[in-house]
Design a protein around this ligand. Structure first.
Ligand code: PEP
Ligand code: MG
Length: 621
């Protein structure tokens, strides 16, 4: 989604900022639209995420490996081509003058990895001098860039000289892209991030977001991504105002430019004028007031006007969130995503390392329950340590959303699964814990997982480990249509359900969570998704089995009356959403919610349901 324009100030609203920032009178204000990923308004200066130095040593291959090296190179070229085509396609939604600025650059990159001198030269170096593909790319790109720069003559006019330098830099840049794809090196160097900076980059992986220091960063904006992918989930966890999917922004923003990020309306304003800055500052103040108001709710019970108690818990992605969770008034952690433990490291953490981490979190929660989900690899959650250990398929070879992921992967890699279960069981000696299985689709998977769980518990007992008296409950995520529609059968195998509406929405509607091009079609209010939630909830309630909802929609107070009306009484969400949802719970009567849900479930389209929710009494309270 995108549009650029000069324009009026962004809509005032709640927001926050850590830095001031001066208007840039000499530059024209430019507005980019994207997806509001994490609420708040930030004013700051642009910091460009530079790509990390790629350590390419001159490495050589054996003559017998020439064909394999050629195939690696071809795969990297194909991947680079796909990335550039995607960028090129997304430009179509920009105004013409922005397209005219960015498109030629991308086309130049595309030409360079077509049947070009660069590609021929790289192949020759691999075949004739037995250089590894990445060494050959760097050597050939540098040689061509140096030849271009050597065309500069004494007395040449500065414009022509700058044009030669630019062309040389373009060759080096496409070389870096190829090497990044060959070495699977992500975009992520946040070294030197000044306090209060706004990070702007073409794309940001969840693992990159996990490296950000929220105490130093004022905001984040990227060209790629949607509001429902894991990068957005991470950014919400960090509490950093963020806009994703603002196409064209990364090419337009220069380090040091002043920028306003509005993570509520999903807009980014480069070179804000005085009016925009004044409005953004008002939004920051309004957000601070709203937080104070919410802080007063912390000690009040989460119950409806007719006294129905509702359990509000927090989702956890990163340890930096613990203080936020404590302040939010959440009653424990309803979804601890353990992927963070495996990210940004070369090796898989062992049982003792994992035990220490889980134990630390369980103890920090001081007797409040913690639901620990075992590793959910797959989809966009690529994790290098797992690839290095050969434990997961190459994410570029498979359809990662539908391949070997979540519980399926763990059942195939029992060493990974058993180590994690052992660590969770040991941590459970220090406070109430539940174990949650991701991406379940069949009853047999749950049975197989339970067998392994029981076996690990027996083994730990034989080792005389300190364990809780009773093994923690073993529950399952309901996040595929298959699981939701088998909920009655699954309820006989599982101890609790956690409905994951993020993946449930993606899989039901066939819409990628993190894909900007289809992000507007991603809607958990689609009647098909709501019916699956209803079906799974009713199956659990019939069995008197605990059921909660932990997808991002749990944190949207506008939807609370509908979810209560469907019978749900437990929600887990980003910690910052807990007070807002508590306020929504305290404003409604449970019978009115049931009547409302009945009517809403008859509506055929998401927009109508959203309208009905907006009109529900108590909204906007
Ligand atoms: C979900 O899919 O709704 C969920 C909570 O899991 P995750 O966002 O980690 O995939
Ligand atoms: Mg999920």
């Amino acid at each position: 989604m995108n549009a650029t324009s000069t324009g009026p100030a962004p809509a005032a609203g709640p927001g926050r900022s850590r830095t001031g920032g001066a208007a840039s009178p000499q530059k024209t204000e430019r507005r980019f639209s994207g997806f509001a990923a994490a609420a708040g308004v930030a004013i700051g200066t642009v910091f460009r995420a530079v790509e990390p130095e790629i350590p390419v040593t001159q490495s050589r291959i054996a003559a017998a490996d020439i064909a394999a090296e050629g195939a690696r190179l071809e795969a990297a070229i194909v991947q680079s081509r796909k990335q550039l085509t995607k960028l090129r396609n997304r430009l179509a939604i920009l105004p013409e003058e922005s397209q005219a600025e960015i498109a030629p650059l991308i086309e130049a990159y595309q030409r360079m990895i077509g049947p070009s001198r660069l590609v021929r030269g790289i192949k020759r170096r691999v075949e004739e001098t037995l250089l590894s593909a990445e060494s050959a790319v760097m050597a050939e790109a540098e040689s061509i860039a140096a030849t271009i720069q050597a065309q500069a003559e004494p007395g040449m006019n500065p414009e022509d000289r700058a044009s030669l330098n630019r062309r040389a830099e373009e060759v080096r840049e496409i070389g870096r892209r190829l090497v990044r794809n060959l070495t699977r090196t992500p975009f992520r160097s946040f070294a030197g991030l000044p306090d209060g900076a706004i990070l702007i980059s073409e794309s940001l992986r969840p693992a990159d977001a996990a490296l950000l220091d929220p105490s130093r960063l004022a905001g984040v904006a990227t060209d790629e991504g949607g509001a429902d992918g894991h990068t957005a989930v991470m950014l919400r966890a960090l509490g950093v105002p963020s806009v994703l999917g603002a196409a064209g922004l990364a090419h337009a923003a220069r380090p040091g430019d002043t920028v306003v990020i509005d993570g509520i309306s999903g807009t980014v304003t480069l070179h804000p004028g005085a009016d925009t800055l004044a409005s953004a500052r008002r939004a920051v103040a309004a957000f601070a007031r709203e937080r104070q108001r919410y802080a007063r709710l912390r000690r009040l019970p989460a119950e409806t006007t007719d006294g129905e108690a509702v359990d509000l818990q927090a989702n956890f992605e990163l340890p930096v969130e613990l203080p936020l969770i404590a302040q939010s008034g959440a009653h424990g952690i309803g979804l601890l995503r353990t992927e963070f433990l495996f990210m940004n490291r070369d090796t898989v953490p062992d049982e003792d390392q994992q035990t220490e981490t889980y134990r630390g979190i369980v103890e920090a929660m001081n007797g409040d329950p913690v639901t620990i989900r075992v590793l959910d690899w797959g989809g966009e959650k690529d994790i290098e340590a797992l690839s290095n250990a050969g434990l997961v398929p190459d994410i570029s070879d498979v359809n990662p959303a539908m391949g070997l992921r979540g519980l399926r992967l763990l059942l195939r890699r029992p060493e990974l699964f058993e180590t994690q279960l052992a660590a969770i069981l040991r941590a459970a000696a220090y406070g109430p814990v539940r174990v949650l299985l991701p991406m379940v689709t069949t009853v047999n998977e749950v049975r197989a997982a339970r067998d392994i769980y029981d076996r690990v518990a027996r083994r730990l007992r034989r080792r005389s480990e300190r364990l809780p008296e009773k093994p923690p409950p073993l529950g399952i995520m309901i996040e595929t249509p298959g699981a939701a529609l088998s909920a009655d059968a699954l309820a006989l195998e599982a101890d609790f359900f956690a409905i994951g509406t993020n993946d449930l929405t993606a899989h039901t509607l066939a819409v990628d969570r993190g894909e900007s091009d289809v992000a507007e079609m991603y809607n958990p209010l689609h009647p098909a998704v709501l019916r699956l939630i209803q079906f799974a909830t009713e199956a659990a309630l019939r069995m008197r089995m605990p059921v909660s909802l932990c997808g991002e929609m749990a944190g949207d107070p506008k939807v609370t009356p509908l979810l209560l009306g469907l019978g749900l009484r437990a929600f887990s969400m980003n910690a910052s959403a807990v007070p807002r949802v508590k306020q929504a719970v305290r404003a409604v009567d449970s019978d009115a919610c049931v009547r409302f849900a009945r009517r809403a479930m008859e509506a055929g389209e998401p927009a109508r349901i959203a309208e009905m929710l907006a009109a529900f009494p108590g909204q906007g309270a």
